[in-house]
Write a protein that binds this ligand. Structure first.
Ligand SMILES: [Zn+2]
Length: 824
């Protein structure tokens, strides 16, 4: 049940995105956003191909039967982190399985269930040690300590062989019923997902050359199987038959959603087209794949092509030591062996970790201008020109949409999303309208500030001045030193605070059960989530510390098992969900606990929000349990929702105590944290709106080969969304990888969409009264019973309305961002 767009991919993002230089990011949201867009400009494109679809072959596995290779493509940054962050759900599977008759959505929470993983009996012993291969065993908890690189190739090959057998059998006997179709399918899909999930997870947290090589070797075979599964006509026909049967209307919401999603996805993948048209469809898909690939390569090559050697220290005055170190290191790699951070020479590149500090800190205005111009014109000329590729992509996407019976590509994209084109446009316009005046004011403030500082350019601020002066203004206004805050945020206290909050809001106890399940590193903690009667409802692993030699950067959450009735074992009514949360914090030093930045605190809250949705689901149909099956423009709701609590006084003050003295966080610092949250919010909002609007315009109204060029569209859109119009030669579209090489085509609006949902959900607690314990508990229970419980078993808008009592409104987001005309 995949979505036509890389949901799971996001996960990747988690890592990829967060590898973006977190250390350059202080509390300045603006900067965060800039990073996001910078990311869009190219940082993401640097994601190693493996990260792209490596493990998580996107939704396929997940249950998306009909996804095909095109969906397996890269994933850019976390779909929705805009004002928030970059961390994300590791993968967002969709899936479900539903019994025709017994498809019910919620059941009493069972005692601990055993996960049944092996579906087929083991074959007679063979000579390659297969029977001992941990990937082929049944397990209650994955044998993370026992799986090694040597198990990957034989284990996955054998598993695929068995699953192919299961699939052939399913196709030959398929019946349009739950037991005759969906349950069998869930078993196939889940089995591969769990096994692949284990090795892919190990690659992320315990990487080695052997493991990577082994995974690369079997990956094509796995992808092939997924494609085959996704294009199975017998399975598609059986789903159609269920939908058309008189019993369909008696199915639960979740079951109907599963059937409908499977069919829709199949249709969007061309499975339902007549033969001739299907061929044409497949050709378009292949061509699109190639074009996207070429697009990324051009961005990468163009980014690499620029380098500027600097030998005079005066020219790079202002750059912080980390950036100088990086520039010197680059110089060394380019043959200037004696380069040092202190004395140079330095090489400036367009890679985000180098480009951003230059824009923020270089006092040399002409350097900033040169680098900026190079940046926004990447891949727009010569051999690396993406203009033609963009036009070709847009033309083919339009053709594909028409083949499928839609009038434009945006409509295709929206089929599997919560929004519609009109709703997304309407939201963007509302936000634009609210952001415009504050953004104009931001520019005035910047000008005034630059004037005060005696800057020559004060009356003529250009694109390459804005980031620089924003940074100076931010420093002057908020001056929060992240490092100095660390002692107030010790990991044990933060986790205690988080668990206490979960107990208050969602009535669960979280208790350590280290030793119950095998782990991959001794620092990994294992927890059980219990309801108030003491019954386990879920488990999760938490891997907190950075291990640069074997663990990728960033923070993410992913599922290990989804809750599932079909896969229950040991006589239990369901298999309990298991999640893992991975962060990259500073390890404890000596007897000091791990001390966190405020941003790291927000990250943990964010990931825990994803984990809660996965773990507190009451959905028993595996294909739509937890985070599975949720539309991608809605999946960041619980995560961003949880971030809000980091700013709530009681929650923050309960965790922010000096680890040695117990002294609370000074009030003045708390106030600065709050204030920094809205710094330049109007400008940042407009920036995202420009990208989102461009994306929708190009995929809904633009006519390839018509009278307007893509750059005309950009200038037109920018008039309404940018206080300073872009340079006429601005070609950011040529490096807009999100939409031309990632999964965000007609989906970039999701960043804003999810922010609206999460802010509005939090405002239900504000309305109830954040000081009113009883009201908070009641609202928390409602949140748990709707947003956290229903999984992908109900359309997200219905789920939201069930929680909030009305449709989402952007008012709360605007208020939180300080963008309402008269501040409340
Ligand atoms: Zn996320």
């Amino acid at each position: 049940m995949g979505y036509p767009f890389p949901k799971r991919a996001r996960a990747r993002l988690g890592g990829v995105v967060s590898t973006r230089p977190r250390r350059f990011v202080s509390l300045a949201l603006p900067l965060l956003i800039f990073l996001a867009s910078a990311n869009m400009f190219g940082a993401t494109a640097r994601a190693p191909p493996l990260a792209l679809f490596a493990g998580r072959a996107p939704r396929l596995l997940g249950l998306s039967l009909y996804s095909s290779h095109r969906h397996l493509r890269k994933s850019l940054p976390c779909a929705l982190w805009s004002s928030s962050f970059s961390f994300c759900v590791a993968r967002i599977p969709r899936s479900t399985s539903v019994p025709f008759a017994g498809c019910s959505s919620s059941a009493p929470l069972p005692p601990m269930a055993t996960a049944e993983v092996a579906s087929a009996p083991l074959p007679a012993a063979s000579d390659d040690g297969l029977p001992d291969n941990p990937l082929l065993q049944s397990f209650a908890f994955p044998p993370f300590d026992a799986v090694h690189a040597k198990h990957v190739v034989p284990g996955i090959r054998e598993l695929l062989r068995r699953l192919e057998g299961d699939l052939v059998e399913l196709e030959s006997k398929v019946e349009p019923s739950w037991p005759g179709l969906v349950e069998l399918l869930e078993r196939i899909v889940d089995r591969l997902q769990v096994a692949w999930g284990v090795i892919n997870h190990l690659k992320s947290v315990k990487d080695s050359a052997e493991l990577r090589a082994a995974i690369e070797e079997v990956q094509p075979e796995k992808v092939k199987f997924q494609l085959r599964l996704g294009q199975s006509k017998p399975i598609y026909n059986a789903f159609k038959a269920i939908q058309e049967s008189p019993n369909f209307s008696a199915l639960s919401d979740a079951c109907k959603r599963i059937v409908e999603a499977q069919i829709k996805e199949a249709v969007l993948n061309g499975v339902a087209l007549e033969d001739g048209k299907r061929e044409q469809f497949n050709e378009i898909e292949q061509e699109l794949e190639k074009l996207s690939q070429k697009f990324s390569e051009n961005v990468l090559d163009a980014t690499k092509k620029f380098e500027k050697l600097i030998t005079d220290k005066k020219e790079i005055e202002g750059l912080p030591p980390t950036a100088l170190g990086l520039a010197a290191q680059t110089a060394v790699s380019k043959g200037h062996e004696n380069a040092t951070a202190e004395n140079g020479p330095w090489v400036i590149t367009l890679d985000a970790p180098c480009f951003l500090p230059v824009m923020q800190h270089a006092k040399n205005r002409s350097l900033r201008e040169e680098v900026y111009r190079a940046y926004v014109t990447r891949a727009s000329s010569g051999d690396l020109d993406n203009t033609v590729i963009i036009n070709q992509i847009l033309k083919l996407r339009l053709e594909k949409a028409k083949l499928l019976g839609y009038s434009n590509y945006a409509e295709v994209s929206m089929e599997m999303k919560m929004a519609s084109v009109e709703k997304a446009e309407e939201l963007l316009e509302k936000l634009r309208d609210a952001s415009w005046d504050p953004a104009v004011q931001d520019m005035e403030d910047l000008k005034t500030f630059a004037l005060e500082k005696g800057a020559e350019e004060a009356n003529d601020l250009n694109h390459w001045d804005i980031t620089f002066w924003s940074e100076r203004l931010r420093e002057a206004k908020y001056d929060i030193n992240e490092e100095e805050l660390r002692p107030f945020f010790s990991l044990p206290r933060v986790m205690d605070g988080l668990f206490t909050l979960a107990k208050t809001l969602f009535e669960v106890d979280i208790v350590p059960v280290d030793g119950l399940a095998p782990v991959w590193n001794e620092d990994v903690r294992f927890y059980c989530v219990k309801d108030l009667s003491g019954n386990p409802v879920a488990y999760f692993y938490f891997d907190p510390y950075s291990r640069p030699s074997e663990k990728r950067g960033g923070a993410w959450m992913d599922e290990v098992f989804a809750r599932s009735r079909v896969l229950a074992g040991g006589g239990a009514p369901v298999r309990l969900p298991i999640a893992h949360m991975v962060c990259n914090q500073t390890p404890p030093v000596g007897d000091k606990p791990s001390l966190m930045t405020f941003r790291e605190v927000e990250t943990i809250f964010h990931e825990f929000g994803h984990a809660l949705q996965h773990m507190l689901t009451r959905q028993d149909e595996g294909l739509v349990a937890g985070i599975r099956g949720i539309e991608w423009d809605a999946v960041e709701l619980p995560s961003q929702f949880m971030e809000n609590w980091c700013y709530q006084r009681d929650t923050l003050m309960s965790i922010a105590k000096h680890y040695e003295t117990g002294e609370p966080l000074p009030e003045e610092v708390y106030q600065k944290l709050l204030a920094a949250k809205t710094f330049r919010a109007g400008s940042l909002s407009l920036r995202q709106i420009r990208f989102a609007t461009m994306d929708l315009e190009l995929h809904s109204k633009y006519v390839p080969g018509g009278s307007e060029t893509i750059y005309d569209v950009d200038q037109r859109v920018s008039e309404r969304t940018q206080v300073i119009p872009p340079l006429l030669e601005d070609r950011f579209l040529c490096s807009f990888s999100h939409i031309f090489a990632g999964g965000y085509a007609a989906g970039y609006y999701s960043y804003k969409w999810a922010e609206v949902l999460s802010a509005d959900a939090f405002s239900a607690f504000e309305d109830a009264g954040l000081d009113n314990d009883k009201a908070i508990k009641e609202t928390g229970r409602k949140f748990r019973e709707t947003i956290l419980a229903l999984g992908g078993g109900k359309p997200p808008l219905e789920v939201f309305v069930e929680f909030r009592g009305r449709e989402p409104s952007p008012e709360a987001l605007l208020r939180h961002n300080g963008l309402l005309p008269v501040a409340a």
